[in-house]
Design a protein around this ligand. Structure first.
Ligand SMILES: Cc1cc2nc3c(=O)[nH]c(=O)nc-3n(C[C@H](O)[C@H](O)[C@H](O)COP(=O)(O)OP(=O)(O)OC[C@H]3O[C@@H](n4cnc5c(N)ncnc54)[C@H](O)[C@@H]3O)c2cc1C
Length: 448
């Protein structure tokens, strides 16, 4: 149990960023108050504030372990709630151009597949069991409140269910509202610089629906990831099992190849995927809900680490810092990794005479280091499509070719396959690919 750094911390938003941040703060403040604008369902169900929850949500092993560190027993709780264990490398059929499928082999650990609502619900129940944390629903934060000298944020102005407005004070406010506009508006109101942004315009459109898993479902995979062909083609799919013997099937395309929202259109679109696996699996399966669509114009990375000054008592987290292209399944995991880093940082800073003074710059440096691998891992394949907007990574062609050589080597060599899965799952940084012996082997494959 660490010493308290303040009386009250306020967390705006009870999504994955807010819930995990509250767990990270739990030992460091006397009281943590989470303010959430939605009315939260008692069961793991969709809700208005997180419309992305109607689409497939993969939880990467790096995020899963960060959640286990923040909440010992997380994986057990997920399994008890019906999450489906997926033996990494073995239970997923990954269909990539040139590898249909990529070799299926046991890489040594389990991931879990479930609805986003179930992950959030499992973490929320843990949050609600902590004595120092209070979760207030139907409470919208309208603005952050600055100090008279504009040097810090001292609380929030919020409106409850009866629209009664209230000012609540806090030693630390975490902006986990997803959009991050509260932080931006505050910086502008204080006359401070807002962070530079890097964007990658992917113009993605998702459509998702849920099916009952049929009795004659294939037995050689539990989920399928169908990648598009190279170049202008962009149509792909991720289908994963959910709790309750269901599949969630998400299909999507970029730059105008939009999946329709009606049943016939959805099925025709699925039938146009690069391989027939998904269509064949769902064509006679019973659909259990309607078809939800989601447009995602661009990934956005706000470079808070580049700011030379930042108000005391305020931290954005999760999507409020970086919104990742969802197809790589990184957002929830990065939010959990950031929260874990926040908890570790607070424990370290606890020894300082004024721990909150140096918190924001130290946190932003940690977050930048965390974001490097997922952002770069997404940027290179994103820029394969010629219509992608934004600045290509400087070494784009070389990195792309290296990645193709690495995939070929991974298909042949289980140890390299495991290494690439560890990087994709945010268990290891991309810098492991610079190992000279590995580089030499990849170059040899590229030269073939
Ligand atoms: C289509 C799609 C698919 C995705 N697929 C994946 C995936 O496969 N794997 C993955 O890891 N990630 C995925 N993501 C990303 C993931 O959903 C987010 O990265 C993650 O939820 C980030 O959490 P967050 O807490 O920052 O924001 P959110 O989870 O969006 O939570 C924000 C919360 O703040 C509340 N809120 C907002 N404003 C206020 C306010 N003013 N006052 C009070 N409360 C407020 C909202 O109601 C909400 O509860 C996907 C995203 C999209 C769009």
């Amino acid at each position: 149990m660490a010493g308290h750094l303040g009386k009250q911390a306020i967390v705006v938003g009870a999504g994955m960023g807010g819930l995990t941040a509250a767990l990270a703060l739990a030992d460091h403040f006397e009281r943590i108050l989470i303010l959430e604008s939605d009315r939260l369902p008692a069961d793991p169900l969709e809700r208005a504030g997180t419309p992305q929850g109607r689409h497939v949500h993969a939880l990467l092993a790096g995020g899963q372990r960060a959640l286990e560190d923040l909440f010992p027993g997380f994986e057990r709780a997920l399994i008890a709630a019906g999450a489906v264990p997926i033996r990494t490398g073995l239970d997923m059929r990954a269909e990539r151009p040139g590898f249909d499928p990529f070799p299926q082999r046991d890489l040594g650990w389990d991931n879990y597949a479930m609805s986003r609502a179930l992950v959030e619900h499992t973490v929320r129940r843990q949050v609600e069991s902590r004595a120092s944390i209070e979760l207030r629903q139907e409470c919208r934060v309208e603005a952050l409140v600055p100090s008279a000298d504009s040097a810090s944020v001292t609380g929030v102005r919020c409106a409850g269910p009866a629209k009664r407005t209230e000012i609540l004070s806090a030693d630390l406010v975490i902006d986990a509202s997803g959009r991050g506009t509260l932080t931006f508006d505050t910086l502008r109101a204080l006359g401070r610089s807002v962070p530079e942004q890097t964007t990658i315009g992917v113009d993605l459109m998702y459509a998702s629906t849920i099916f009952a898993i049929p009795d004659d479902a294939p037995t050689d995979w539990k989920g399928v990831f169908t990648f598009p062909a190279f170049g202008r083609a962009s149509r792909g799919s991720l289908m994963l099992p959910l709790e309750g013997r269901r599949w969630i099937c998400t299909v999507g395309g970029r730059h105008g190849d939009k999946p329709p929202g009606d049943e016939a259109g959805f099925m025709a679109y699925a039938n146009g995927l690069r391989t027939p696996t998904v269509y064949n699996a769902i064509r006679n399966a019973k659909r259990l809900g309607d078809i939800a669509r989601f447009g995602f114009p661009e990934s956005v990375y706000r470079h808070y680490e580049r700011l030379s000054e930042f108000p005391r008592g305020l931290l954005p987290i999760g999507d409020a810092i970086c919104r990742f292209n969802p197809i790589y399944g990184q957002g929830m995991s990065v939010a959990a990794l950031e929260a874990r880093a926040l908890g570790e940082l607070l424990a370290r800073l606890g020894a300082e005479p004024d721990p909150l003074a140096g918190l924001a710059p130290a946190f932003f440096q940690e977050v930048a280091a965390l974001i490097h691998t997922p952002w770069e891992s997404a940027a290179v394949p994103d820029f394969v499509h010629p219509d992608t907007r934004g600045e290509r990574p400087s070494n784009f062609e070389q990195t792309l070719k290296f990645g193709m050589g690495l995939s070929k080597l991974a298909a042949r060599d289980p140890a390299v396959h495991k290494l690439t899965a560890e990087v994709q799952n945010l268990l290891k940084p991309r810098s492991v690919y610079q190992d000279p012996a590995l580089v030499q082997r990849v170059m040899a494959v590229m030269a073939e």
